[in-house]
Design a protein around this ligand. Sequence first.
Ligand SMILES: Cc1ncc(COP(=O)(O)O)c(C=O)c1O
Length: 459
Amino acid sequence: MNASRAAARSADLALFGATPVLPRGPAGDPHGTWPIVTDDERRAVARVLDRGILSGAQAPEATALEEEFARYVGARYCLLTHCGTSALSIALAATGVRAGDEVIVPAYSFVATPLAVLHVGAIPVFVDIDDATGCLDPAAIDGAVTAHTRAILPVHMHGCAADMAAIVACARRHSLRIVEDAAQAHGATCEGRRVGALGDAGGFSLQSSKNLPAGEGGLFVTNDGAVASEANSLRNFGQDVWLAEAAGCDAARPLDGARVLDSKRIGSMYRGNELAAAFARAQLARLPELTERCQRNAERLARALGELPGVDPPRAVPGRTSVHHKFRVRLDPERAGLGVTPRQLRDATMRALVAEGLEVVLWQAAPLPAQTLFRQRDATLGFPRPRPGGTDLAANYEPSRYPRSQALLDGSFVLFSQSCPLIAQPAAVVDRYAEAFQRVWNHRDALAAWAVRQSGSIG
Ligand SMILES: Cc1ncc(COP(=O)(O)O)c(C=O)c1O
């Protein structure tokens, strides 16, 4: 134990009674909240209300957003959906994933990733993540492929682009489709190209906490015209609404069309609405500027935290960028010189930082297969059965098979929150976060001793 650290008075931490680094209270909360609503959004929403057109596949705000976002991502086609999960579901179905097929997904993501697979009747098959980024590990894919594998669903986790070059190579080897879950990664790049349509199709989320927020909503993207047509049909009750039909649509009455309503596929109603589309367009106009600010914030914070022994902030990976939708910080007790477990250190540090006034969340605490849905695989609730020759789900859904996902979650937390994410913060708040972390780390011996006492009193 470092002598000066050991001598540090534990009362120097807010957890033990000191004044917090980032005090809240009557003076107000210094955090920036998200989304940032300006007169641009107000005017956009008012424009919709004045126009009186609130919905429709060919409604003006939806189609304008689709064009603008397609241009932003560098995709040929984009479709607005009512959420990111539905964008992923239509992407999977439109690229040919069918009931009983298997789709490879990372063991660490938000549950919407495997749920999108289940919604088309297919079976999510988990693989572990890579340590550096928390994204699907391409090296783990080969071992998970069976005769029934149809697609890979990589997630650009926390805004960091997955290793698409390796994933595309793997997909080619096994003749698999790729659908990108870019829900958290608007504007992230791989070898200079924005993610989303680097595979066969992809889905983004417009949910309030995302870097491109609109309340709720999603955006499907692809470069393949046939996939776009199929996806458009799937989001419109399975009717044949070919993209070309826009030409014959009365812009003032987008709900009235000449076509006969005939459903050809098991589609649903996954379209977005005009209020969300108009809001998202105003946000998209500022997305490049806000993304840059978020990346500057991340660099600033990573530089400061990277100097603390045993603290690992997100790091840039050559050839890939992150838009830092979430800022996950990993702690290594051994390198920090502490005799506690990763979980003890994670929980104690979190408590100490929250006491200093910081927003800190776990977000997820276990690999996805640990969730009840996957533990039970209840066929009476519609959980699909694997086909003969397919993956042994009892084995694949065993959470202990994902040690890198578990280790990441045991030893890390997310700085900032859904309501106050990094992208919303002024530099001054980011600097207070660095200062608070430094303060806590200077007293980590006292904190670790406190953590051990806490575990003892609980155990
Ligand atoms: C990784 C990931 N995938 C999918 C989704 C689903 O998006 P939505 O909530 O818009 O359906 C989210 C966010 O909620 C997400 O974080």
